[in-house]
Design a protein. Structure first.
Length: 175
């Protein structure tokens, strides 16, 4: 009887959890004159242990990657984003170009601070004010074709491995 009550309570808890309100999106992309919310992607971490030679670790490597050969969101060379910062500042966001492999995309360096990124700030981006304390931002120079992420550099890791959330997109080549 106790087990049945416990299982019933657990089942009700899962239903309530699934119906909880999700946080409102804070980053959108312009497609023509329409605005669409961007989907967050969470990085994944791969640790290559290397070799332990007399107490010294050699060849240890950490790689952070995003699954899938390409992002589902495609855009032109000068994408326009709508960003509505909540607790972070606008210049906490940055663009990072990813490297590509068969089946996944990865960061050039395991840590965000070590990657070559373009911070969202005046001079590097064209900025416009939007209603409700938002900003429309467009890179001042066209992006090269490839895979990119728009990431909040001030965010806390989502797990003990240091993974983070980012908005991935693909810049298509011109036909």
């Amino acid at each position: 009887m106790r087990l049945a009550t416990l299982l019933l309570f657990f089942g009700l808890f899962l239903q309530v959890q699934a119906q909880m309100k999700q946080p409102d999106p804070t980053v959108f992309i312009f497609v023509g004159d329409s605005v669409f919310p961007m989907r967050e992607a969470t990085s994944q971490t791969e640790l290559k242990k290397g070799w332990d030679i007399q107490g010294i670790n050699v060849g240890r490597k950490i790689r952070r990657y995003f699954s899938g050969a390409h992002s589902r969101q495609t855009t032109g060379a000068q994408p326009k984003f709508a960003i509505y910062p909540t607790t972070q500042a606008l210049n906490d966001y940055a663009l990072i170009r990813l490297r590509e492999r068969r089946g996944f995309r990865y960061l050039p360096s395991a840590e965000l601070k070590d990657c070559d990124y373009t911070r969202v700030e005046l001079g590097l981006f064209k900025m416009e004010n939007l209603p409700n304390l938002g900003f429309a931002v467009t890179p001042a120079t066209p992006l090269k074709p490839g895979e990119y992420i728009l990431v909040d550099l001030s965010q806390k890791p989502v797990n003990e491995y240091g993974d983070f959330k980012a908005y991935d997109f693909t810049v298509e080549e011109k036909p």
